[in-house]
Ligand binder design. Structure first.
Ligand code: BTN
Length: 254
């Protein structure tokens, strides 16, 4: 299993100048049969996409805008685990390559000092009801300064450069570490399952122990984040002491 995987992990990186979204480029390659590990990086995205249909601002030369093809031969039900896996891999890489003590907000936003430095978008393609491939889209605000995107950078977002007191980060070095971490954590996951990923996620989390708000069809609700379930969902304890399982969507740290 493990040997089959490592030989199947591609080290091919497509470096592009301007694209609409690296997600679409990676999907095209995946449809043409690109092996897992195949990565697409762009200097600039004109139509970068975030979770929940949001736009992802991707100015030229300032960030890592990257999409990676994954082909897990696993049930569709496991994709939330991959979402967390990607967050752990990028968080490990960011800490190691830049010294910024990033933490993970469920499911996979990276925060530094309470502000967002990275967002991850995992998209799955199905074929006859089975998981065909996944595209892990990773957007890291590396060298943005406040003037690049004032509403965001001075609001809920920040960049690695700002967190390092103005010291810029070598984007290619960081991208290399991100891909290496993704490859090794994914191999560990295929070999040992979700448990090691879950332990690392919990250790890097800035969510557990916090009071959080979330939305349900019944309206806004609050609870204390107490852990992850086996699928990667977040477990909350509400004021009545009931355990609630949040498996998708978004939470707010309060
Ligand atoms: C989010 O936090 O909402 C997820 C943001 C994901 C952004 C990345 S940048 C590379 C890839 N291409 C896209 O269009 N989106 C993802």
């Amino acid at each position: 299993q493990e040997a089959a995987h490592s030989s199947g992990w591609s080290k091919t990186v497509h470096l592009l100048e301007t694209v609409i979204s690296t997600q679409e480029e990676a999907k095209r390659l995946a449809e043409d049969g690109a092996p897992e590990g195949t990565a697409v990086l762009a200097e600039e995205q004109t139509g970068g996409r975030g979770r929940m249909g949001r736009k992802w601002h991707s100015p030229s030369g300032k960030g890592i805008w990257m999409s990676v093809v994954l082909r897990p031969q696993l049930p569709l039900l496991t994709t939330p685990q991959l979402t967390l896996l990607a967050g752990v891999a990028v968080c490990t890489a960011v800490r190691q390559a830049t010294g910024v003590q990033a933490g993970i907000k469920w499911p996979n936003d990276l925060l530094a000092g309470g502000r967002k430095i990275c967002g991850i978008l995992l998209e799955s393609s199905l074929s006859e009801g089975e998981l065909n491939y996944c595209i892990a889209g990773i957007g890291i605000s590396v060298n943005l300064v406040s003037e690049d995107y004032p509403d965001y950078i001075q609001g809920v977002g920040t960049s690695l450069r700002i967190e390092r007191g103005g010291e810029p980060v070598d984007r290619s070095a960081l991208a290399g570490v991100v891909l290496a971490e993704l490859e090794s954590l994914y191999a560990l996951y295929l070999e040992q399952g979700f448990q090691p990923v879950r332990e690392r996620w919990e250790a890097m989390s800035v969510t557990l122990g916090r009071q959080v708000a979330f939305h349900t069809p019944q309206g806004r609700n609050e609870g204390t984040a107490v852990g992850l379930d086996g699928q990667g969902g977040l477990l909350l304890r509400d004021s009545a002491g009931e355990i609630i399982n949040v498996c998708s969507g978004e939470i707010e740290l309060i």
